[in-house]
Design a protein around this ligand. Sequence first.
Ligand code: IPE
Ligand code: IPE
Ligand code: MG
Length: 250
Amino acid sequence: MFKSSTTAIPEALAVPRHIAIIMDGNGRWATKRLLPRVAGHVKGVEAVRGVVEACVERGVEYLTLFAFSSENWRRPAEEVSLLMRLFVTALEREVAKMHANNIRLKVVGDLSRFDAKLQEMISAAERRTANNTRLTVSVCANYGGRWDIMQATSKMVAANPGVLEYTEEMLAPHLAMAYAPEPDLFIRTGGEERISNFLLWQLAYSELYFTQTYWPDFSKASLDEAIGSFQQRERRFGQTGDQVASTNKA
Ligand code: IPE
Ligand code: IPE
Ligand code: MG
C-alpha cells in the first residue's frame, strides 16, 4: 500500500513517479482542420502511443489517462459509439505491443456500462499484462472522481460492519487506483483549467499543469516541458519552504 499525501510526506522526486493526464482538445483539433471530431480522436490515440513511449524512456512508473468520463455519455450517440469502437481497435492493436514492452495495462472506471465483448477484452488485456513491471498505464473509462469515492465508501462500509467512524486509511484500499501512488503531476491539455470530475481524491497534493496544446499535438517534447515545469516547483505538503529545504539537504 502506498502512503497518502495527507498522512505521510512523499519523498521529493526529480522525475514524477505518477503522471495523470486529461487528454482534452481532440474535437477542437479536428474542427480547426475542418475535419469531423472523430478524426481528432483517431489522432489522439497516436499521441497516446508517443506519451507512453516517452514515459518508459523517462522512467515514469505510472501513467494515467482520462479517456472517457462518466459525463461523456451526454455527448451525441454517434460520437459515443465511435469512441467505443476506437477503444476496441486501440485495445486490439496495442495490447500485444504493450505486453512486449513490459507495460501493465489497467482500465479504471465503472465498466458495467460497457458491452460484454468490450468488458471481456478489457479483462483479457489486464490479465495478460498483469505481471509487467516497467510502466503501469491506467486508462480511465466511464470514470468519475465522485463515482470512485462513492464506490470506495460503499465497499469500506461493507468491509467494516458495525463501525460508525472511518479513517482515510480505511477508505484508501477501496479506491479504484489503490494499486498506484497518488499522481505527482497532473496535466490537462486543450486549454481548459478544470478537473472535470477526474481523480478528485488522489489529486489532493498533485502539481497541476495546464497547456493550450490540443491533445493530438501533445508530443514527447510537450511532456518534457510539463516535467520541466514540475521540476521547478517546491512541493511543501503543508510544511514551510525552510523545512522542505532542510529535509532535502539531509
Ligand atoms: C477529449 O477531447 C476526448 C474525450 C473527451 C473523449 P474532446 O472530445 O473533449 O475535445 P474538445 O474538448 O471538444 O476539443
Ligand atoms: C474531460 O474532458 C474528459 C476526458 C478527457 C476524457 P471533457 O472535454 O469531457 O471535459 P469538459 O466537459 O470540457 O469539462
Ligand atoms: Mg473536451
